[in-house]
Design a binder for this molecule. Sequence first.
Ligand SMILES: *Cc1c(COP(=O)(O)O)cnc(C)c1O
Length: 356
Amino acid sequence: MGKKIYFTVGPSQVYPTIQKHVLKALKEDVASLSHRGSGFKQLYKELTANLKGLLNIPQDYGVFFVSSALEGMERTILGCVEKTSLHIITGSFGSSWFKYASQLNKKPLKIVTNPGEGIDLKTLKVPKEAEMICITQNDTSTGVALPMQDIHNLKLNNPKKLIAIDVVSSVPYPEIDFSKIDITFFSVQKGFGLPAGLGVMVVSPQALEKAGALLRKGISIGSYHSLINLSEKFKDFQTPETPNVLNIYLFNQVLKDMLKIGIKKIRKETDQKAKLMYDFFESHKEFEPFVKDPAYRSQTTLVIDVKGRTKQLREKLAKKGFDIGVGYGEQKENHIRLGNFPSHKLADVKKMLSLI
Ligand SMILES: *Cc1c(COP(=O)(O)O)cnc(C)c1O
């Protein structure tokens, strides 16, 4: 079987340098490193500096490792919500986050858009009792992305509310002003092109204050991975548990690669490839982007309505070595989903489109 090119939305095509980094990791015995030793601390410290450098994260924010993004959803609710969170739901991942809040015995509120539609956050009235606003910035099930500028403005209009964003399938593309965001989380197997099995949370001092306040009130914020426990360990570049050291190493290597290229260039290339794909499907006789309003179209996970021809298209492309994503849930047979991550090359996008 020849090598495929994965245009799936996650896991997706691994970053082009991964093979080299895995070999180097084995050579350097990274998998044998003790997570309590100085080698690991140095790695965690370096990774923190590199991630903060790439995404422009303030110095006083914490960078924590969890098992994956779904755990990030749970930690966010447990750590920062006493009773009520408000959820902006534009797809299935937002629904899951809301469901987890209910299962944790909170009383979450929700605003749900019609499938494939965004929401104007500028005019959003936030209920008084909501302590935190939870936003799926890029919902991979529908391909709806909410503009970061609108999310920043939401914080300006509601300075007392905590804001949490899921950027799993858009990072490192969106330009996040972290001073206006309290918790940002993602997994690494999408935009960063790494093996799955590692989640990252970027946490503000305000979010940690809230977690501390809940703890003092006798409210459970979780156990080994509570935000407070993670933050205490982070001060010494440690983790509560034995973490996924190999993937942390690979992540740091990919961050270094991306820093070398420059985030501006990565974002510009993402825009170019997205435009190529949207223009193609806009002018296609039959197929069309599922999200009608360009203002809410994801640049990183494109959902295309192919009118029931998903299976046929996938088979055709598979013969030429391309793996594209099926639709999400009940749209499995109707949509295709295309990842547009830094690991996807412009030439391969062109070739893939030429086959459709
Ligand atoms: C993939 C995805 C998740 C879940 O990521 P896991 O690594 O499976 O925890 C959450 N949110 C969004 C928007 C995603 O695309």
